[in-house]
Design a protein around this ligand. Structure first.
Ligand code: ATP
Ligand code: MG
Length: 441
């Protein structure tokens, strides 16, 4: 455990927070999940400080339903572990506790201090980048390491007030995304913050502060050095947000999309306005619509849409060289996926689903004999059929084939409503990346 030396004069220089008492904000305990309240109260009665922090405070202030509840405390991970039998410690770069109640997980993290001592053995920074973040601190230190002002508000369970060191409350009121501290430095420290700033601006309908916006184009290439798994997590959040289309447009606007999907971006830049671009746009619209209707979605379908352009181009090239369509798609899928996972790695089940969807595009053309019956039993048939409809919609292939399948499916009787969905409807795995529903009391 590392403790930071605090010198008295630095403490004196620290800004004072603005405190919004219970009557000065709209957060009520009835909006906080029972599990989160349990965690807050138990920490408090164990003699520790306990605050709701991050996205949940932001969303509650905005009158939105939080996706999950994060708690910050001065208890150290081992102390949290002792207090909650239903907890486990996770993370290396960032050690924290997960407290589980049924399906709901409350993330409890210990206050952390800034990390500027590069001299110790336990160096926190390498080339201006954070590599470890386990220096425990106090609330007034913890606040400065957070990314956005709107994400750095603390709701205390002791007196129900909101503590604001960074002007986050004003930014929430005026709809502004601002970085804490110097945006350039904060992006360099952790380039994923660039994506987060854009993501939250779109998701909340806020505008990105000019100072937060200015360094984005210059620093976008720092994303190329990020761990591919972390980037994929961010991609899922960007496109499962209910505002996938706008997120995509903003990523393109800030020249960030190319750092996530370079193969697709190259082709998009060549053929702006062409049909394949429309397929992706329609897939994103479709995803947003499904989320609005509370229908399940899977990142596998998104991956299929996001990478279809390079797969399609390469397939055509291989076919011109004499390969069969089936083989061409298989090889193109291999080439495109293996390049992509160097940028954003992804669980195999998603890349496999994308491959199946692509491969089935060729098989859907074969409508003779009992092939259609057999094809309908394929676990990814429904997703592939939906994908075909998107291709038709975007003018990539003709209507006739889609109509044939639509009729055929109708004749076979109701075989499930799900589009772009794993077979196990609303099964746990299929919903893994959906925001968990809060159990309200
Ligand atoms: P949501 O969960 O709705 O996507 P969130 O703001 O809760 O939004 P999380 O990723 O759950 O986002 O992170 C919780 C909090 O941790 C954030 O609100 C922010 O204060 C802090 N945080 C997360 N990621 C970073 C980061 N890369 N740099 C600095 N602070 C971060
Ligand atoms: Mg969160």
């Amino acid at each position: 455990m590392i403790f930071k030396n605090q010198s008295a004069n630095i403490t004196e220089l620290r800004p004072k927070p603005r405190i919004f008492t219970r009557s000065e904000h709209n957060i009520s305990r009835s909006q906080i999940s029972e599990s989160a309240l349990k965690v807050l109260y138990r920490l408090n009665s164990g003699g520790y400080q306990a605050y709701l922090v991050g996205g949940s405070v932001r969303d509650l202030l905005l009158g939105r339903e939080p996706k999950d509840f994060d708690v910050a405390t001065d208890a150290h991970p081992e102390q949290i572990r002792e207090l909650f039998r239903n907890s486990r410690l996770i993370g290396r770069r960032f050690r924290l506790a997960h407290v589980r109640y049924g399906d709901e997980i409350i993330e409890v993290s210990t206050f952390r201090a800034q990390h500027d001592d590069t001299e110790t053995d336990d160096a926190q920074m390498v080339n201006g980048r954070i590599v470890r973040d386990n220096v425990y601190g106090t609330l007034d230190e913890d606040v400065w390491r957070r990314d956005l002002t709107v994400n750095a508000l603390y709701y205390g369970i002791d007196d129900f007030s909101v503590i604001d060191y960074v002007g986050g409350m004003d930014d929430i009121k005026s709809g502004r995304i601002r970085l804490i501290g110097n945006p350039r430095d904060r992006y360099i420290e952790d380039p994923v913050r660039i994506l987060r700033a854009v993501r939250f601006a779109v998701k909340l309908g806020f505008r990105l502060d000019p100072e937060a916006e200015a360094p984005i184009e210059e620093l976008g290439s720092l994303l190329d050095e990020m761990p591919p798994a972390r980037l994929f997590e961010e991609v899922v959040k960007l496109f499962n947000s209910g505002v996938a289309l706008q997120s995509f447009e903003q990523l393109r606007h800030y020249d960030l999309f190319g750092h996530l999907f370079p193969q697709t971006d190259n082709l998009l830049s060549e053929q702006e306005g062409g049909y394949p671009h429309t397929l992706l746009i329609r897939a994103l619209q479709n995803t947003d619509l499904r989320i609005a209707q509370d229908k399940p979605i899977t990142p596998g379908f998104l991956v299929a849409a996001l990478l279809w352009l390079p797969v399609y181009e390469l397939t055509r090239k291989y076919m011109e060289e004499g390969m069969s369509e089936f083989d061409a798609i298989a090889l193109a899928s291999d080439v495109v996926v293996s390049k992509q996972v160097k940028r954003t790695s992804m669980p195999r089940r998603y890349s496999q689903m994308a491959r199946d969807i692509w491969q089935l595009q060729a098989r859907l053309k074969r409508t003779r004999g009992n092939r259609p019956q057999r094809l309908m039993k394929h676990p990814k048939f429904r997703a592939a059929y939906d994908f075909l409809l998107l291709r038709v919609d975007s003018g990539e292939t003709d209507q006739q084939l889609a109509d044939w399948w639509t009729n055929f499916i109708k004749k076979q009787g109701p075989s499930g409503e799900s589009a772009a969905t794993p077979r196990r409807k609303r099964g746990r795995r299929g919903n893994r990346h959906r925001p968990p529903k809060n159990r309200k009391q």
